[in-house]
Design a protein. Structure first.
Length: 262
């Protein structure tokens, strides 16, 4: 295992134990509203601080982009992209589907990825060119070819200014052609579950870099394909993403290309 992955796993597990420590005391947490339906709690902040401390101690010349505290610039070629708690709304309701997501980029390209789901105790990681693993077993995306038999996963728009109409168009196109569509509430876990073949494909609009940075590399290293809704590679900029096993990703991308995005 690459030493950077080792460090990221250590950071993710530290964050995971902070997150789990408060699971039975959610009513005592102080919570702030970032915008409508967008919350941050002291647990998000404490988990992020623990991750940043571990990463910056190990690699003082690496940049870190973290959801709650923004860009910590050191000026190097490496940048870590951190979502300390993906699925905050689930967490605050005690719904056990949330994760820590940490990616390491070198000159703008993803090199390493770690996603840790502390409730299922599932640890996913990948290094470019070396495949993806879950709890030390090699994982692969689904090889399914039939869209009809596929289970898809998505995220609903939830902020006021988001593409609700576009998402509804996508749902109209996909729903009658698949086995089902789920909305579990953590983009990082959605992508990790595509990487290990539980879902055939994931689609969502308007995500942030920290939601998808690690998950994208996991899916690619597990043999999957990732594109934006135009079938291009601009998903890190737009946050519009389709990720899946090769055959189903292609079929979903062909359908979603027809959705007019504003
Ligand atoms: C959210 C989750 C959710 C997705 C949202 C994200 P957060 O992240 O990934 O599944 O639909 O767009 O913002 O805010 O819980 O870290
Ligand atoms: Ca997130
Ligand atoms: Ca978050």
């Amino acid at each position: 295992m690459h030493p950077y992955v080792n460090t990221a796993i250590k950071a993710a597990r530290e964050a995971g134990s902070i997150i789990v420590r408060y699971v039975d005391r959610l009513d005592t947490l102080s919570i702030e509203r970032k915008s409508r339906n967008d919350f941050v709690s002291e647990v998000d902040r404490a988990a992020e601080a623990a991750i940043i401390e571990t990463l910056s101690k190990a690699y003082p010349d690496h940049d870190i982009l973290a959801e709650e505290s923004g860009l910590h610039k050191a000026g190097g070629d490496y940048q870590w992209i951190v979502d300390p708690l993906d699925g905050t709304t689930n967490y605050l309701h005690g719904y056990p589907n949330f994760a820590v997501s940490i990616a390491c980029f070198y000159r703008g390209k993803p090199e390493h990825a770690v996603i840790f789901d502390p409730m299922r105790d599932e640890l996913f990681f990948a290094t470019r060119g070396q495949g993806a693993q879950m709890n030390n077993h090699r994982i692969r995306v689904s090889g399914m070819k039939s869209l009809n038999d596929s289970l898809l996963v998505t995220g609903f728009p939830f902020r006021d200014d988001q593409n609700v109409e576009e998402w509804i168009d996508a749902f109209r196109l996909l729903q009658p052609k698949t086995s089902g569509i789920r909305r579990p509430g953590s983009a990082a876990i959605d992508l990790a579950h595509v990487a290990c073949g539980r879902f055939e494909a994931f689609f969502e609009l308007g995500l942030k870099p920290w939601d998808i940075a690690a998950g994208v590399l996991l899916v690619q290293e597990a043999g999957g394909i990732v594109s934006d809704w135009a079938g291009e590679q601009d998903f890190m900029q737009s946050g519009n993403i389709i990720a899946g096993g090769p055959a189903i990703q292609e079929q979903v991308a062909t359908l979603l290309k027809t959705v007019k995005l504003s």
